[in-house]
Design a protein around this ligand. Structure first.
Ligand SMILES: *[C@@H]1O[C@H](CO)[C@@H](O)[C@H](O)[C@H]1NC(C)=O
Length: 403
């Protein structure tokens, strides 16, 4: 009975957000999810973290009222492909007046983005150093974790492994760059690597980000989720940019941080925790450029630029950077609510943009399944995104801080 009532709650959310979702299909989903969820509860492999002892507060659109849902209902949403934010622990991010439209304006701080690109020489020299070698070297072991589900031991281990790779790169370069784990209420930690800013506003920070977790949408806790494209590709796209910046002795005026978020697939959990912590600490985040899936494209080869839950000045900057420093044009497309971690910064009132592998959101049908493998990725395509990350770090990182 409890089950049926909660399913109705999820059904209400689904009806509100999934356009063209037929009642017949809904029946099918619920029938399927009933048996699969029973399997999950009784499986000896089922060791959920503390998160699912109680219901979670889930938001499926900017306008919709958040709803309390249990594990089973969240699985229903996931299987229907609904993107959502789990705001249980970050409600303060969502109650303030500074959302979407007021990006870059936080408590007296105005983020100023460069209007002219003036770091061409440094960017060109750094881009020379980018190769595709690290992509395969890191992705093969990274996708060999059975999954990288944030609320599991797999997720914890994959995070610790990735942090080790990042620390090894820093150690090999001899650069004075800090690498730290940002822990959450679930086993997987986000990872933050920081180049200190040489300018006067030590709290002003430029963020380059991706998410490290993966999910099998049918069996999150013990299903296979290689997560090569989603988001192993973004993870190594920014890692290669990070490696080259280390090699170049990158010493920006603004602090530049690389973030690998935990728990994106759980409703942007890691990035919301980080954004809320930064906001509470009064940190000045100039802008976040997020990379969620960079390796798979069909049809028109472009850099997809998310048009919603981002701000126009950040999008304009990315367009200019892509035109100047990559061989791909950009093309805007709407990604929807809870699309990825750029939305956490946008919700917090900071600037953000998101670069995506194509302008077609549903192009890669392998994701969230065992078919999301390294051999489906185009490393040369990914290299253009690493160029974009490098160019962004130089042009925004070296730009004069706002007064
Ligand atoms: C490394 O950076 C930190 C933070 O800016 C600074 O406090 C420390 O003195 C630096 N260490 C070295 C060896 O330069």
């Amino acid at each position: 009975m409890k089950f049926g009532i909660l399913s109705l709650a999820a059904a209400g959310l689904l009806a509100g957000v999934v356009s063209g979702f037929q009642p017949q299909q809904q029946q099918h989903h619920f029938a399927h999810h009933h048996s699969a969820s029973a399997d999950i509860r009784t499986s000896s492999d089922f060791t959920p973290g503390k998160l699912y002892d109680s219901q979670r507060l889930i938001k499926v659109s900017a306008a919709a009222k958040p709803r309390w849902l249990a594990l089973e209902d969240i699985l229903v949403l996931r299987r229907a492909g609904v993107r959502f934010m789990d705001i249980t622990d970050t409600q303060a991010l969502h109650t303030s007046s500074s959302s979407s439209s007021a990006s870059g304006l936080v408590e007296g701080y105005t983020s100023r983005l460069p209007t002219k690109l003036v770091r061409g020489e440094e960017v060109a020299a750094a881009v020379e150093g980018l190769t595709t070698k690290l992509y395969g070297d890191v992705l093969r072991p990274f996708t060999a974790f059975h999954n990288r589900y944030y609320d599991s031991e797999n997720g914890r281990k994959s995070s610790e492994w990735l942090q080790g790779q990042i620390q090894d790169l820093v150690a090999a370069s001899g650069a004075n760059v800090s690498v730290s784990a940002f822990s959450h209420r679930f086993p997987q930690s986000s990872i933050i690597a920081r180049f200190e800013g040489q300018g006067s506003d030590s709290s002003e920070t430029v963020v380059v980000s991706a998410h490290q977790d993966s999910v099998n949408q049918w069996l999150p806790w013990f299903g296979r989720a290689n997560g090569a494209d989603d988001d192993g590709s973004g993870t190594v796209t920014i890692l290669e940019a990070f490696r080259v910046l280390l090699q170049r002795g990158f010493a920006p005026r603004r602090a530049v941080e690389f973030h690998w978020y935990a728990g994106e697939e759980g409703g942007l959990l890691g990035s919301q925790d980080v954004a809320l912590a930064y906001k509470k600490a009064g940190r000045h985040v100039a802008v976040d450029l997020h990379f969620d899936m960079t390796g798979f494209w069909r049809g028109e080869q472009v850099i997809g630029l998310v048009s919603d839950h981002t701000d126009p000045e950040s999008r304009a900057l990315v367009k200019r950077l892509a035109a100047a420093y990559t061989r791909l044009a950009t093309k805007e497309f709407a990604c929807g609510y809870g699309c990825s971690d750029h939305a956490s910064w946008n919700t917090a009132g900071f600037r953000s943009a998101m670069a995506f592998e194509s302008a077609e959101l549903e192009g890669n049908t392998n994701i969230h399944s065992p078919r999301d493998t390294v051999d489906t990725l185009d490393f040369d395509h990914m290299l253009e995104f690493s160029k974009l990350a490098v160019a962004f770090a130089y042009e925004v990182g070296y730009d004069k801080a706002s007064a």
